[in-house]
Design a protein around this ligand. Structure first.
Ligand code: 8YV
Length: 318
């Protein structure tokens, strides 16, 4: 008998076709987050589950009547899954690193550039019919060449960002990472603390997982250490920044701007941020391209396929 798999969102055709080669597939066509009731039902009825970041797999969904043996998350971030509780219920959990790396670094670089060069502000002015023509001191932003990029979290995405910023835009790179990072082909200086990186940088880009101890890792003290002309970029998870402290810092002008692809309470975005001209806001577009979403789905399906052959899936996290 073929394993039965539940996919929590419509995915690109190529992914569904690949999944159907190996499994009996049920795909939920609704794009809203799954309720805990729905999640419990899936866990009690399906052999494998392919959820997304909007499906809350908190500890209490794993408390009994479980049939599922493997959860193959669609995405690298898994802060919405209580992995320990899933493992406790006998479920293996996997994610999709690799597939998301370049696309997410591209968006981080784009946010740095858009914010530094005031692109959203300029576009809004033009669209509002308020552009009165070129003049030499209009909308002057910050040139990235020769400036310092600070990266918090030097994993795959952090490294891809460092590469873009250094080789593509001539930026110097400093970074903080909990453990020592070996040479990865980009001249970059590892610093001892987050505060050191915040102090040294003109752009700070966050590449750490969300949830747990990383919640509000960037708060009032870290923001206060930034230069007044510096900008903060976040493509990781919204909760790694204390959003209220960020709004205060932006209002007070103790930092110059922010480029944000993720928010603390997505899809809610604080009105205060929406009203600010010096903030670039994107609706979690980190991996939003057909190729990348296809690769992520194919990797998730591969994790399921390998699991059901009895081997360890390539991206097992617990
Ligand atoms: C994904 C992401 O689109 O991979 C991640 O962790 O944040 C996104 O870019 C999302 O997770 C899909 O579930």
């Amino acid at each position: 008998m073929r394993p039965c798999i539940y996919i929590s969102r419509p995915l690109p055709n190529v992914v569904v076709e690949r999944a159907e080669e190996h499994f009996d597939v049920t795909m939920r066509l609704d794009t809203s987050p799954m309720t805990k009731g729905e999640i419990r039902e899936v866990l009690s009825q399906y052999d494998g589950f392919l959820p997304t970041l909007r499906d809350p797999l908190d500890g209490d969904v794993f408390d009994g009547g479980i049939k599922t043996k493997v959860i193959a998350n669609f995405g690298v971030g898994y802060n919405h899954i209580d992995v320990a509780a899933a493992n406790g219920a006998g479920i293996v959990v996997c994610n999709t690193p690799g597939a998301v790396t370049d696309a997410t670094a591209d968006i981080a670089m784009m946010l740095a550039l858009m914010t530094a060069r005031r692109a959203s502000e300029g576009e809004a002015l033009l669209r509002a019919g308020k552009w009165e023509g070129w003049h030499p001191t209009q909308l002057l932003g910050m040139h990235l060449g020769g400036k310092t990029l600070g990266i918090i979290g030097m994993g795959n995405i952090g490294k891809a960002m460092a590469k873009r910023a250094h080789f593509g835009f001539g930026m110097d790179v400093v970074f903080y990472n909990r453990s020592r990072v070996d040479d990865f082909g980009v001249p970059a200086k590892q610093m001892d603390s987050i505060i050191d990186v915040m102090r040294a940088s003109d752009v700070v880009s966050l590449h750490i997982p969300g949830g747990g101890a990383n919640r509000h890792m960037i708060g009032a003290a870290e923001l206060a250490a930034m230069k007044p002309q510096a900008i903060l970029v976040n493509t990781a998870r919204g909760d790694v920044i204390d959003e209220t402290a960020l709004i205060k810092a932006l209002n007070a002008g103790t930092i110059a701007g922010a480029g944000l692809d993720v928010f603390e309470h997505e899809p809610e975005v604080p009105e205060a941020l929406i009203a600010m001209k010096n903030v670039t806001l994107l609706p979690h577009l980190g991996t939003a391209s057909l190729d990348v979403r296809s690769d992520m789905g194919l990797l998730a399906v591969e994790n399921l396929r390998v699991f059901f052959t009895g081997d360890t899936p390539p991206n097992q996290i617990g």
